[in-house]
Design a protein around this ligand. Sequence first.
Ligand SMILES: [Fe+2]
Length: 368
Amino acid sequence: MITAVPERGPQHVPGRLLPSQAMSWRNGVRGEGASSVAQILTEPVSAQNVWTGDELSGAGRWIIRFTEEDLADFERALAHVPKEHVRDVTQIRAEDFPLPHFRERIADIVDRLEHGLGFVLLRGLPIYDRFSEDEATVIYWGIGRHMGNLVPQNRKGDLIGHIRDLGRRGPYERAYATNEDLGFHTDSTDFVGLMCLRPALHGGESFVASSGLLYNFVVREHPEYLPILSKNFPTDWRSEEPPGSPGWYLEPLYSYFGGALSATVRTGRAMSAMRFPDVPRLTADEVSCFMYFESLPKRPGVALGMQLQTGDLQFVSNFVTVHTRTAFVDDAADPARQRHLLRLWISRPEGGRPLCPEYAAWRSGYPT
Ligand SMILES: [Fe+2]
């Protein structure tokens, strides 16, 4: 069943923007036209991307192992790549890295992300044994280019993100470049990829959970929270706002759009957006909703854990899953035991999931 969003009082940031409130960086809104958050799904969602970690933990159907044929395809494609592009892989287009065999596997990977479980793990690229770190990076980039557009992951415009512990950060900055537990969240744009060059000495375990499953918990246990989950909340840019922005933008946690339920979970950013004087205080109900919601993927059996090893490539669909990684400890004396992952943000503007304007705006990544 679908219901219209109820009208809200003036103390709330409206969940449905009036045309007069549309859209500029100045009022924090991305995209064009009024907010699409006009409907709320009030019954459980049923899809292949609704699963529990318990169901999948012993199954292994989310793991794809590289075959000798795959690796031979990569070797042939690498021979096409000029040396200068090995050092700057961002110049490489899909046609520069032909994968006549592996492209069928890529079609399967994209299908699993868009219509299946919403995540996949490619296991065991022989980095260091058969491919150098630079060559593995080209292979990873090439796979990503065949999957979609690779878009900026931050204000600096990075197309490949280095995920490693760079030490302490400011209170309102992104946490991926630390060794901290991140809390369940989504990245932006359609898919995020992580390739593991090296795991940590201890910790750094990756967890993925179905955001559809979390929604179903709310439907059954706290349906009164559904309007909150669908509300357009001021969301902290974490110091990466574009010029003219007030430092926050509007985005709902869940959106039912085009017959599909999608999510972007950034409760921490909605909380920290209150540092801006022009952002209304969260109500007690909203804070309760966030605390309850943040507890859901931590319930036993809900999330699926996996330890990424050297040569593992994980891809997740941000709009149907949430993810996190646990805190980790590197070996300060041994660079081979210092966690280092490479991240890609992959957008699927063509043929991808139907998205409300707030979410679809992320298909171009961070504004740079
Ligand atoms: Fe993330």
